[in-house]
Design a protein around this ligand. Structure first.
Ligand code: AMP
Length: 413
């Protein structure tokens, strides 16, 4: 019996999984699928790359495909996600598994997120949909417009729950939860468990089965971490150098601001590399285009801010670069999780300068792991750590930005 069949899934879904190239369940799938099929609530510690989407999509479809068809279709399963990109990605994953399972009447999946016109989403919801994948704000708008009812929801999935709460969705989330029927199954997936997520889990879940994706040895993604010491001003030339000499086929570069996203992409383009920017100021069309170009391999470098890149699923992304360090250790885990997806190995490079060294040390501490510092010939840093030179008003050519000060303050916490 194949790995997925042994978990209790229908033959059609086992075939659908195989069609997508899933032969062996990942750790999270092996643990979560049987639990969901038994009707249990699940609390999963899982990040993007662990196979978490299929871990809830497969048992969800197993259940939905066994129900008698209804007209109009009632919304039975609700998946809440923090970003538009993740909404689109998760919706697509559920849809394609459902189509591949060749059910007589495929489950209808509607994806809804803000920042775009609500009308097409309302049109799509005509006739109902068994599965709705949405960001909380837009979901509430749709409910307010009577475009969908939540009274039939019997399965709730919170995907990237830490991000959901992070993104300032806490109030909206509470309003959505208040509209759901009390009797339902709840699945909560989160990469990290800060107190807010723990509280939510306690409120929401009934005797959950606990699943940890990275608890199984060998399933933890194989990510090679490097920290390269470089002065802030030399980062773009160094990045270009590393892309070219390392022959990186594709790289996702994280920056702290929308401006940096545009600026670094522009500089790399001028240096002859296909690079595009991805950030929240772009129109939805431009974001979709930048992503599609990157996914299709038409661009080699994607320079993105955290929010824009959240949950991005690009299979076998070989390299991730922290051009700017993330604010928190949790963000670091999320970022480097973009590489080494589902068993593949990956490389994560962080640029560290004298000004950000203390902050990186904090990230290492939270991760419980040290990363050796390296220097690249021709790009050795000239700036020294702040305490030695701070007295005389700082190092020439280097003034602390507001962000640097914030980082330093964070590192001192
Ligand atoms: P996720 O963590 O859900 O974002 O999935 C990460 C990536 O792993 C996606 O590209 C999935 O298509 C892929 N994937 C999920 N499950 C499996 C599996 N059992 N075998 C191989 N790849 C998988």
């Amino acid at each position: 019996m194949s790995g997925f069949a042994a978990l209790g899934l229908s033959a059609a879904l086992v075939r659908a999984a195989r069609e997508r190239g899933y032969e062996t369940p990942t750790a999270i799938q092996a643990a979560a699928i049987p639990a969901v099929l038994r009707g249990r609530d699940v609390l999963a510690s899982a990040q993007t790359g662990s196979g978490k989407t299929a871990a809830f999509a497969l048992p969800m479809l197993h259940w939905l495909e066994s129900l008698a068809p209804e007209t109009p279709r009632r919304t039975r399963a609700l998946v809440l996600v923090p970003t538009r990109e993740l909404a689109a990605q998760v919706g697509e994953a559920i849809r394609s598994l459902s189509q591949a399972s060749a059910a007589v009447r495929p489950v209808k999946v509607v994806v809804a997120f803000g920042g775009v016109s609500i009308n097409p989403q309302m049109m799509e919801l005509r006739g109902g949909a068994e599965v709705v994948v949405a960001t909380p704000g837009r979901l509430l708008d749709l409910v307010d417009h009577n475009a969908l009812g939540l009274g039939g929801v019997a399965m709730l999935v919170l995907d990237e729950a830490d991000r959901l709460l992070d993104a300032g969705f806490a109030d909206e989330l509470a309003r959505v939860l208040a509209k759901l029927p009390r009797r339902r199954r709840n699945l909560l997936f989160s990469a990290t468990f800060p107190p807010a997520v723990q509280t939510l889990a306690q409120r929401l879940l009934h005797e959950p089965v606990r699943v940890a994706a990275d608890a199984t040895p060998g399933e933890a993604p194989d990510i090679e971490q490097h920290a390269v010491e470089v002065d802030a001003a030399q980062r773009t030339p160094l990045l270009r150098h590393m892309i070219v000499t390392g022959q990186w086929s594709q790289v996702l570069v994280f920056v702290a601001t929308r401006y940096a996203s545009e600026h670094v992409a522009e500089k790399l383009r001028r240096a002859g590399l296909q690079a595009s920017a991805l950030h929240g100021d772009l129109s939805q069309g431009a974001r979709t285009q930048a992503l599609a170009d990157f996914k299709a391999g038409r661009s080699r470098v994607l320079v993105a801010t955290d929010v824009a890149a959240r949950g991005l699923d690009i299979v076998q992304l070989p390299v991730v670069v922290n051009y700017d360090l993330p604010r928190s250790a949790a963000d670091y885990v999320h970022r480097i999780g973009r590489t080494a997806r589902a068993g593949a190995s990956g490389l994560a490079v962080s640029f560290v300068s004298a000004a950000t060294e203390a902050h990186f040390r904090l990230i290492e501490k939270r991760q419980g792991r040290r990363v050796a510092r390296e220097r690249i010939a021709g790009f050795e840093p000239k700036e020294t750590a702040a305490p030695a030179s701070a007295g005389s008003g700082g190092v020439k050519g280097r003034r602390k930005s507001k962000k640097d000060k914030l980082r330093e303050a964070a590192a001192r916490e």
